[in-house]
Design a binder for this molecule. Structure first.
Ligand code: CS2
Ligand code: MG
Length: 402
């Protein structure tokens, strides 16, 4: 089998998505998600200029060799743009492989270790009561795990809190919006939120929280310790992940489980975090973390240290990534949980999906490969629109982590 052509499909059904489509001489094509929120066209250009010409003529079944061709074969390695391009190629090739063997992707990854995958929903609110009400709505929808993000008095905007009940979409059209941050107000507010949520919903509901990279290690240690009475399923991105050894300080002070890595893109971002057991969940998604080929290795490495997966699954990762994640989550033994933010209905005009939510879990059908398809004609109805993630400043104007 040979790759005969490949192209990048750019569309914006409610938000921007980048999809790589690889065609073969067997009449089979594969799809890979290449979406990188706020940097979409950088990945599209990287694929079109530096990857697609080199793909033509290769045997798409040689996923290991092709992965290394675009990883080791590149001098300027790693980084979100480069690895999202590598991931998209890898996902498309595994999609082709499954279709050529006429079997769902999970059968190529070890088969089913479970029949369905536990997911977590997002609950948000500008204030405590709105947040409690939204958690209640997610419980009514049968979610067994809920990420809770609440507004903080005195902060006009905060990560994770949707505007006026709309689904949370942080990238806004045009140049970055500026948000103002106050760690002290935040640290004083969060424990109260979880105290009230536990009072309202008891102790069996899995609760998660995303700090979104905004504490120093000692601040994160204080937060994680203050949340111990509410036994979170995980505390996510407590610190900016570049400083892996920063998690040692947090780990000395708290038993709250830690999840890190949605902004990571190779195993090298994780080495100390995994070998020193500084985290409990790896978040690096297929679309940014080197695809199936790399994440199989990373998940196996993590499993040796009793670390589970908890893949990123926000709406700025496409249905191609989510379906591939479900296949991966079904197969591996150290699956933990999957983030699930349902895409807006308009997204499903373009992406034909093969998974469904049922009573707190996601299930996938028996379609071969990844199993999602794209309607290219419909995609053309939704042209790209420049959109950027916000930036964040401390109250004194200092640039900070968003
Ligand atoms: C968040 C994301 O889902 C999460 O855990 O961290 O919403 C993140 O902010 C976006 O994916 C950024 O594009
Ligand atoms: Mg996050």
């Amino acid at each position: 089998m040979r790759i005969t052509a490949a192209k990048v499909i750019v569309c914006c059904p409610g938000r921007n998505f980048i999809t790589l489509k690889i065609d073969t001489d067997a009449g089979i094509y594969g799809l890979g998600d290449a979406t990188l929120n706020g940097r979409e066209l950088a990945v599209a250009t990287y694929l079109e200029q530096y990857c697609i010409p080199a793909l033509i003529g290769k045997d798409p079944r040689n996923t290991e060799d092709i992965w290394h061709y675009f990883y080791r074969g590149v001098y300027w390695k790693r980084g979100a743009v480069t690895m999202t391009a590598v991931s998209a190629i890898d996902l498309a090739l595994w999609d082709i492989k499954g279709k050529a063997l006429n079997t769902p992707l999970y059968n190529l990854l070890g088969g089913k270790s479970r029949e369905r995958i536990l997911v977590y929903a997002h609950a948000t609110g500008k204030n405590l009561q709105q947040t409690i009400d939204d958690v209640g709505r997610k419980v009514e929808q049968s979610f067994q795990a809920v990420r809770v993000q609440s507004g903080v008095a005195g902060l006009a905007k905060i990560y994770g809190v949707a505007k006026d009940g709309r689904s949370y979409e942080p990238a806004q059209k045009g140049m970055p919006a500026e948000e103002v941050w106050d760690t002290s107000k935040y640290l004083n507010s969060v424990p109260q939120v979880f105290e009230k949520v536990r009072e309202a919903f008891g102790h069996d509901l899995h609760l998660l929280h995303d700090v979104h990279h905004r504490c120093t290690p000692i601040e994160a240690a204080r937060l994680a310790k203050s949340l111990e009475p509410y036994h979170l399923f995980w505390l996510e991105d407590p610190v900016s992940g570049e400083l892996q050894e920063g998690l040692r300080l947090l780990r000395q002070h708290s038993t709250t489980p830690i999840a890190i890595g949605e902004v990571f893109n190779t195993v090298y971002d994780y080495t100390a975090l995994i070998t020193e057991q500084l985290i409990d969940y790896i978040r690096m998604p297929l679309v940014h973390g080197g695809g199936i080929t790399h994440l199989l290795k990373v998940a196996a490495f993590a499993s040796i240290y009793h670390i589970q997966t908890g893949f990123h699954g926000a709406t700025d990762l496409s249905p191609v990534n989510l379906a591939a994640s479900i296949h991966f989550d079904l197969a591996i033994s150290n699956f933990g949980i999957q983030e699930y933010m349902p895409h807006q209905e308009v997204v499903h005009e373009v992406f034909k999906i093969n998974y469904r939510f049922d009573s707190g879990f996601l299930q996938i059908n028996e379609a071969p490969g990844i199993g999602v398809d794209i309607d290219e004609e419909k995609a053309r109805d939704y042209p790209y629109q420049t959109a950027c993630l916000p930036v964040n400043r401390k109250a004194d104007g200092t640039m900070y982590y968003w």
